[in-house]
Every structure is written in C-alpha cells, then in structure tokens.
Write a protein that binds this ligand. Structure first.
Ligand code: DGL
Length: 273
C-alpha cells in the first residue's frame, strides 16, 4: 500500500480520544479521522435504535472520506451497533468492550470492579461477555451516570467529578476490589483522580491499547507499523468552540475541529396548514 492507511474513529464525544492516542502511537503514519458525537452525548442513556442511527450516519460520513477501517471507540455504541455496522459495511469494523478477562487475570483479591455506562452494563452483549467467565461473583459492576458529562465539560479535576467518583468507587473498594476495569472510553481521562481515590493497591485496566493492536492486526500492518507522520482530522456534532477547548486539553497535538454534516430532517408527512 503506497498511500497511508485511513482509519475512521468515533465516540459519543471526546472519550474516544483515549483510544485515538493509542492508535496514533501504534500507527504513526496513518491518516486518522475522528468524529465526536458530542451533541448526543451521553449515549449511555439513549435507546439502542437512536445509537444505531447515529452510528450509521457517522459511518456513512467517514466512508465518504475514504477510510479503510472503522473503530467504534465507545463501549456503549459497540454494544448497541457494532453488529449492524458490520452487516452494513464491507470494511473492517473494530469495536470494544470492557476488559473483563485481563481484569480477572490481574486480581489478587478475587474482586474486579467494572465501571461503565448504564447502557453498556444493561446490554445483551455485556451479559454475554460476563457469561464467559466461570466465576461471575468476582466481577462487580458499577454504572457511573454523570461521569461522561464531566469529561465532556473538561472537568477532570473538579469537586463535582471527585464526589461522583467517590460515590461510585467506595462501594467497590469496600467489597475488596483490587482491580478496576475502565469500561468507558471517557474514563481513562479520569485516571489520576481514580488512582488517587482508589489508592496504590488498585490496578486500573483500560482497552485503548488492545483496540489499537487489534486494528493493526486486521489491517495487516505488521509490527512495528510503518513510520511517518500522519494527519489527524476532527469533526464534532456539538458546539465547536467548547468542543475545541475540551479536545485541545485532551489531545496532544493540534485540533482543528469542524462541524459534522447532519442529514436533512425527514420531511413532515403533512405540510402545516
Ligand atoms: N465513551 C463512551 C463509552 O465508552 C461513553 C458513552 C456515553 O456517551 O454514555 O461507553
């Protein structure tokens, strides 16, 4: 392949940047196209059909930009839409799910906590993932409403974020959890605060690196992938000024954020009188 490979990556918002940075690290020459659907975040409280609609729209947009592979950098959107996306698209689609297997291997106390959105934890895909582990009692799940919004606002260290995190972490810590699986791509940006609250004895596991590795495998890029300096392009469905500020704080490089084109609204079946 003479031209650099192009990869589309999307999330409900800025969380997928935690995956994008791993992809950039492992694929320095790739052209990376990132879509933040910030106007519709959080996905965790949206219906499956709404998330599918958004995933189809974003995938179609990225296809038109000439991508070779799509990464669903969102656990919630993967649970809701990765199978229909794979049916719809002919290119490789890489999704993600909470890293329970590495979590179960890492624990010494025998108790693993999974932090994720309500949407991920309530999904059939997550239930199937849990069933793959013989001893499910070791996996304690914790939905974390409000955390995605805090990251979207760029509030990584605020008092409100700390209070929310303490509320979600304390019950897990009291039950002896020594390993925490970050089952939402927004949460790696809260890692310093999570580590501070959880303390030294607790291991944090996130999936970004494994997703980037899987992407290199499906694209057969070899190890190491070709070197170079690929461009990174950004779109958002949300407010651009605020989005730019948040993304610049989270992304190690220039961010020139553009508006994601939206499909025209469906025509009303009846014209108003
Ligand atoms: N980053 C998304 C995930 O990994 C957050 C989903 C949401 O917007 O609720 O699940």
């Amino acid at each position: 392949m003479t031209e650099a490979v192009s990869v589309g990556v999307f999330d409900s918002g800025v969380g997928g940047l935690s995956v994008l940075r791993e992809i950039r690290r492992q694929m320095p020459a790739a052209r990376l196209l990132y879509v933040a659907d910030s106007r519709h975040a959080p996905y965790g409280e949206r219906s499956r059909s709404f998330i599918r609609q958004r995933a189809f729209h974003i995938a179609d947009f990225l296809l038109n930009q000439g991508i070779d592979a799509l990464v669903v950098a969102c656990n919630t959107a993967t649970a809701a839409a990765v199978i229909p996306l794979r049916h719809r698209l002919t290119l490789p689609v890489v999704g993600m799910e909470p890293a329970i297997k590495p979590g179960v291997s890492a624990t010494h106390s025998g108790a693993v906590g999974v932090l994720a959105t309500s949407g991920t934890l309530a999904s059939a895909r997550f239930a199937a993932l849990l069933r793959r582990f013989d001893d499910r009692r070791r996996v304690l799940t914790q939905p974390c409403p409000g955390l995605v919004e805090q990251v979207e606002r760029g509030e990584l260290t605020s008092l409100k974020t700390r209070r929310l995190l303490s509320r979600y972490l304390q019950p897990l810590l009291q039950r002896g959890v020594d390993t925490l699986v970050l089952g939402c791509t927004h949460y790696p940006f809260l890692r310093p605060m999570i580590e501070e609250i959880a303390g030294r004895g607790v291991t944090l596991i996130d999936t970004g690196e494994a997703v980037a590795r899987r992407l290199c495998e499906v694209l057969r890029l070899g190890d190491p992938a070709p070197g170079g300096e690929g461009e990174t392009l950004f779109w958002s469905s949300g407010e651009l000024q605020r989005g730019t500020a948040t993304m610049r704080a989270l992304w190690d490089g220039p961010v020139d954020l553009r508006a994601l084109p939206e499909p025209p609204l469906p025509l009303s079946p009846r014209a108003p009188d």
